[in-house]
Ligand binder design. Sequence first.
Ligand SMILES: Cc1cc2nc3c(=O)[nH]c(=O)nc-3n(C[C@H](O)[C@H](O)[C@H](O)COP(=O)(O)O)c2cc1C
Length: 375
Amino acid sequence: MSKLFSPASLRGLNLRNRTVIAPMCQYSAIDGFVNDWHMVHLGRFAMGGFGLILFEATGVTAEGRISYGDLGIWKDEHVAPLARIVDFLHSQGAAAGIQLAHAGRKASTPVTWNTEAVKTPEGRASVGFEQWTPVAPSAVAHSDDPSFTVPTALDLAGIKGVVDAFAAGAKRALAAGFDTVEIHAAHGYLLNQFLSPLANKRTDEYGGSRENRMRLPLEVVAAVRAVWPEDKPLLVRISVSDNHPDGWQVEDSVAFAKELKALGVDAIDCSSGGFDGAIINSVAHYQVPFAQAVRDGADIPTIAVGLIDEAHQAEAVIARGEADFVALARGALDDPNWALHANHILGEDKYTLWPVQTKRIESLDRSLKRRSYAD
Ligand SMILES: Cc1cc2nc3c(=O)[nH]c(=O)nc-3n(C[C@H](O)[C@H](O)[C@H](O)COP(=O)(O)O)c2cc1C
């Protein structure tokens, strides 16, 4: 019996298997709204057998978007189009989660493939071009790259506004029918900027010691948990390590994960990096040890992500107890049916995951003597 394809529960959420679609920015929205691109992009993963599909980083404020093409959830009008996609994912047996995000000083960056389009007013209008000054813990730019603007340091009212925006975003996510929300505290974005000494140069109660640097992320999590139903799980994505000698380290993440667990977080999505100067060797499964360190150190379920592609190896991550879930991003872009295919390799009941409309694939397999019918 495959562990990867065994059902899992987080609070009242029952997942058909332990495969997850990692959040993937599409930079294809205007004014934060999902459109047909997002429906097809996400819908094919639900048809493709994944257990949980996480929508991309979705701005809890307009200024919190990485780019003008990001999804948003800062106004009630965003809810109905999101709900349409959530309903479709549910119709295919997948659970739906949304990554609530604020990019902080990494906001208002260009969409690379629109470089030509934004040279004319018509082009700018056609892609919904916008530009603004980002906010951050401290008025320090992410890097020398001209894509990044020197941000304005948040004052205490601004910090309170961030907490309120995440809570309001969670309420809208609930209205849209999401099964879970994932708070984005990774990849050098706003909450990660507060956590990391590389970006947080504050001297008030939100900077300095690790306890102070964790304060805003923990306030956000508490505020979201307060409005997110008891029976629905709450996820947090962290950069377990900044992969930088002067940055946030694995032991910091273990301490943080213990606090998150105490606040009612149900699983930690374990990524890494996001700051200028980070160094890591990106080889297959390179972040799995981070998921294991957090799982073992804080006694909390984890999602492993990063260059996980081969079915047996993904199975081994779960079977060896290195993580509780396995997430894919690029591998799923390459093969949106990855979970269906992995289930053929690992699972027992091989055709049940396929959407009913596609079940004639079994006769194709039988005729070609492949998959279950291979000698
Ligand atoms: C196109 C693309 C968009 C991404 N957007 C996000 C995002 O919105 N939020 C996030 O936390 N990570 C994002 N990531 C990172 C992925 O979620 C994932 O952690 C990373 O790609 C490693 O997994 P992989 O090796 O399976 O691609 C993105 C990755 C890709 C390839």
